[in-house]
Design a binder for this molecule. Structure first.
Ligand SMILES: [Zn+2]
Length: 171
């Protein structure tokens, strides 16, 4: 599968990892790296523009990423889903297998910084998110307007924001 191309979205509230197997076959993974981890999977036949129409987002942008990055996002989605009690269907699991997603070892905190996407969150922050996520998964309200919104950032981002804020005042 060396020919496959991998993409991501950069929207608020969800992350789509798109894997283009060939000109007409797409795998669409809907992730929620801030709460439930994994949300949904479907395979789609056709062009990217027909895919965008089908998911009801004709103007959404897909940004190319490396296969490793795509697999890492998927791996994290699986870890979070397992931790909060989200079930992953057999069809998605078999693609994870084929794509080598399970070979990637999860590193660091379960959830990552909501700002830079890479920085680690503290164990306390992760526990707080988990508590909300597990409750909302059980109630079935993840992704609805009843779900709780929150924003957790890593230590580096916190310092950057503090500095730019302080600079703003000094200047
Ligand atoms: Zn950060």
């Amino acid at each position: 599968m060396t020919e496959l191309k991998t993409y991501r979205t950069k929207e608020n509230g969800f992350l789509i990892i798109l894997i283009r197997i060939n000109q007409t076959k797409n795998l669409v993974f809907l992730l929620d790296p801030w709460k439930a981890g994994y949300r949904d999977f479907e395979s789609h036949k056709g062009s990217i523009s027909s895919l965008k129409r089908e998911i009801g987002m004709p103007s959404i942008k897909f940004y190319p990423i490396s296969k490793k990055e795509a697999a890492t996002f998927l791996r994290r989605g699986i870890e979070i889903a397992d931790a909060v009690g989200v079930e992953i269907g057999e069809d998605a699991k078999s693609w994870f297998e084929k794509l080598g997603v399970y070979k990637i070892k999860p590193k660091g905190s379960l959830y990552k910084c909501f700002n830079c996407e890479e920085g680690e969150l503290s164990q306390d922050d992760v526990e707080e998110i988990l508590e909300i996520a597990r409750k909302e998964v059980e109630e079935g309200i993840v992704g609805t307007d009843q779900e709780e919104q929150y924003f957790y950032i890593c230590e580096n981002c916190r310092q950057d924001m503090h500095e730019s804020h302080t600079n703003g005042i000094v200047n």
